[in-house]
Design a protein around this ligand. Structure first.
Ligand code: V47
Length: 372
């Protein structure tokens, strides 16, 4: 039985997808607008299976958010506060190292580090954090500091972006997370994060990172003030950079969580939009190897469904995610390895444990003994 599209305007897009032809900006807009969500998911699944078969990747990782004190005041953010706020926290380097130890740092394959732009930390703090973790956990990959942090550090250290990234790399940085991209459109950026780097600056920081051999991820924050046209534009701009550098590894659509933010008059994203965001991303970003359904953001159940809507990754064990939880995420903060494996198997896919850059991968056999 052949799949039947409800929306016939998807038929030319389906032809392109089966022929492996690149979709246009206008195709992207159509995919965001159509009522035929199953049609979009069906096509995204074709691409997903072409690229990644029936595998779903996950990583044994730990998130570290060193401080929530931040000089920026992004309207979508519930995490960042000023230093005199009652919920402000600052983790000393020793605290971070001992936390990393406590959560069995040696057993995880990645530390994922994102924090506020602290007004007082010196440039050396950021290098010492990397060096200290690398010294204690030499085998653990450090994915740290979004492009926003990198640009802030370059001003702090009075260095160019390239020199900053080289210094971080030298200190142990392995790759750059995808945060800070939000939505590239100036119109929305002005409203939700007017004092942050521009979309062009975000792209430039990633281009330089790629040029010096650092891989990175990319994100898009959706479900706030952006239009479908602005979403399509965001994806096309990422695809253009990837054509030049091939430095992006994974794309992660980030569902906006409004609670405790200035934008709390908005509603949380419906599951249909979360699935569509993953599916459209998979279809538009034909040069991105992976699309991640971050279970923390969209709930484990949607992350499971997403495995048939274009996603091929579920992120990891995480532990102590603070940014999305400050904005009302109701998910747990930690999943043990066996829970993720179970969740992936339930979604009908084969769980594959990976490292950050998908270089070391291990397919989990059914009989595998799983340690908690
Ligand atoms: O840039 C902040 C987002 C990002 C909210 O590379 C919010 O694998 C939703 O970098 N609702 C930081 N999103 C986190 C980040 C990240 C997250 C997951 C995976 C990866 C990766 C990187 O979190 C920010 C912003 O886009 N964010 N507040 C909120 N209320």
């Amino acid at each position: 039985m052949l799949f039947e599209f409800e929306d016939s305007t998807l038929l030319p897009i389906h032809e392109k997808v089966t022929a492996g032809t690149r979709l246009s900006y206008e195709d992207g807009v159509t995919l965001w607008k159509t009522h035929d969500l199953l049609g979009v998911g069906y096509m995204a699944n074709i691409v997903r299976e072409r690229l990644n078969g029936d595998k779903t990747y996950f990583i044994h990782n730990r998130h570290i958010n060193p401080t929530n004190v931040c000089v920026l005041s992004c309207q979508f953010c519930a995490f960042g506060v000023k230093a005199d706020h009652p919920h402000a926290y600052e983790k000393s380097l020793e605290e971070i190292f001992s936390d990393a130890e406590k959560y069995n740092g040696g057993e995880v394959s990645e530390f994922h580090i994102v924090g506020g732009l602290h007004p007082d930390y010196p440039f050396e703090y950021y290098l010492d954090l990397l060096r200290g973790l690398k010294e204690r956990f030499p085998l653990v990959h450090i994915q740290a500091y979004t492009a926003v942090e990198v640009e802030y550090l370059s001003r702090l250290g009075e260095l160019s972006l390239k020199e900053t990234l080289e210094a971080l790399k030298e200190a142990g940085l392995g790759s750059i997370p995808g945060g800070g991209a939000e939505i590239f459109a100036k119109r929305v950026r002005r409203k939700i994060c007017g004092d942050k780097i521009t979309g062009e600056e975000w792209l430039q920081a990633h281009e330089i990172a790629h040029d010096i051999g650092l891989k990175s991820n990319a994100t898009m924050l959706y479900g706030h003030l952006e239009t479908v046209e602005e979403r399509s534009d965001h994806l096309v701009r990422l695809r253009e950079l990837q054509d030049r550098t091939h430095g992006f590894v994974t794309f992660i659509p980030l569902a906006f969580h409004p609670e405790n933010t200035v934008l709390d008059f908005l509603k949380t994203t419906p599951g249909q939009l979360d699935l569509r965001a993953l599916a459209v991303s998979r279809l538009m970003l034909d040069n991105f190897p992976h699309v991640k359904a971050f279970w923390i953001m969209i709930t484990p159940k949607i992350a499971q469904l997403a495995q048939s809507f274009g996603a091929d990754d579920m992120d990891g064990t995480v532990v102590e995610e603070k940014i999305i939880h400050a904005a009302g995420a109701a998910t747990d903060q930690v999943f043990h390895k066996d829970q993720i494996i179970h969740m992936i198997r339930e979604s009908g896919r084969k769980p594959v444990e990976r490292d950050t850059l998908y270089e070391k991968v291990e397919e989990l056999k059914l009989e595998t003994h799983i340690e908690m």
